[in-house]
Design a protein around this ligand. Structure first.
Ligand SMILES: Cc1cc2nc3c(=O)[nH]c(=O)nc-3n(C[C@H](O)[C@H](O)[C@H](O)COP(=O)(O)OP(=O)(O)OC[C@H]3O[C@@H](n4cnc5c(N)ncnc54)[C@H](O)[C@@H]3O)c2cc1C
Length: 262
């Protein structure tokens, strides 16, 4: 897990918006400074409106980087995200980033990367896939959702899916799909990279811990400034001695070692 170095606050315009699923849109913005230093797992903090409200920026994983342009994948869950999902091309935004640490693509001895995600947690996985592919590291996505309409697999390669209701792919949750995948495949040493709802990540962290599988999780919390000033994103983890400790997710995360979330 690597920390970000150069952070820029960029005024930019939305250059494209496309729907990606139920209540989900992908926004593209030209941010050359951010695109140049972004790594998979990093996020940006976006002022979603030129108006006073909402005052606080909203954090989003970097979904994709192409040349000078970054994409974010946004699920409409409230005031700020609805402004983004309903915005028009050409609208002006302030984008702060890249923020937080990144997935350890080059850390640890592993043969295959397993990218496990649920719901909007699939947002950082395209950028991660592209980085793994560029390094020549084999990867496989395991993507879960409650139902078919929650699966956000557009543009991903090597994907298996699960749905809680059985409407597509494996009938069950994505941790059960991972168990099935490991039983059926010869992937060699695997490392899990994951993002999704906290309940899913907790179950996944326990699963990997019990089997000594290397695992990195990208966590979410409500977040304010994104740079460690407001102390709004404190989360409680477990340290190597089994003691509880609090971290600021924006500074020390969002990517953590899965053993700290058991
Ligand atoms: C590091 C990080 C990366 C994220 N990446 C993405 C991403 O790539 N795509 C995406 O769609 N969302 C992502 N989120 C979540 C996103 O930031 C929130 O959904 C958003 O801030 C909600 O803003 P709102 O104004 O629409 O919601 P509000 O009107 O403020 O709240 C609506 C509902 O959303 C809940 N909520 C608010 N903030 C969060 C949060 N941080 N996590 C979960 N629930 C929240 C509230 O409790 C409330 O129930 C990320 C969050 C973090 C911390």
């Amino acid at each position: 897990m690597l920390q970000t170095s150069a952070i820029s606050d960029v005024r930019t315009r939305i250059s494209a918006i496309r729907p990606a699923g139920a209540d989900v849109s992908i926004l593209s913005m030209s941010c050359p400074e951010i695109a140049a230093s972004a790594r998979p797992g990093n996020f940006v903090n976006i002022k979603v409106s030129a108006a006073d409200q909402p005052l606080l920026r909203r954090p989003f994983c970097i979904h994709n980087v192409q040349s000078d342009t970054i994409d974010v994948m946004v699920k409409n869950v409230g005031r700020g995200t609805s402004l983004l999902c309903e915005a028009s091309c050409g609208e002006s935004l302030m984008v702060l980033g890249p923020l937080g640490n990144s997935f350890g693509v080059n850390t640890g001895n592993f043969d295959t990367a397993l990218l496990v995600s649920g719901g909007i947690g699939t947002a950082p996985m395209l950028f991660l896939e592209k980085s793994l592919a560029a390094e020549g590291i084999p990867f496989h996505h395991l993507v879960g959702g409650r139902s078919r309409s929650d699966l956000l697999t557009t543009r991903l390669s090597n994907v298996s899916v699960s749905t809680d209701d059985g409407s597509e792919g494996f009938h069950g949750n994505v941790v059960q799909l991972l168990e099935k995948h490991l039983a059926e495949r010869e992937d060699g040493r695997v490392k899990v990279f994951a993002c999704g709802p906290n309940a899913m990540l907790r179950a996944l962290a326990r699963f990997c811990h019990d089997r000594a599988i290397a695992c990195e999780l990208s966590l979410e919390s409500v977040m304010g400034c994104g740079v460690g000033i407001c102390y709004g994103c404190m989360v409680e983890l477990t340290n190597a001695n089994g003691e509880k400790e609090s971290i600021l997710l924006c500074r020390e995360g969002p990517v953590i070692d899965g053993n700290r979330f058991v």
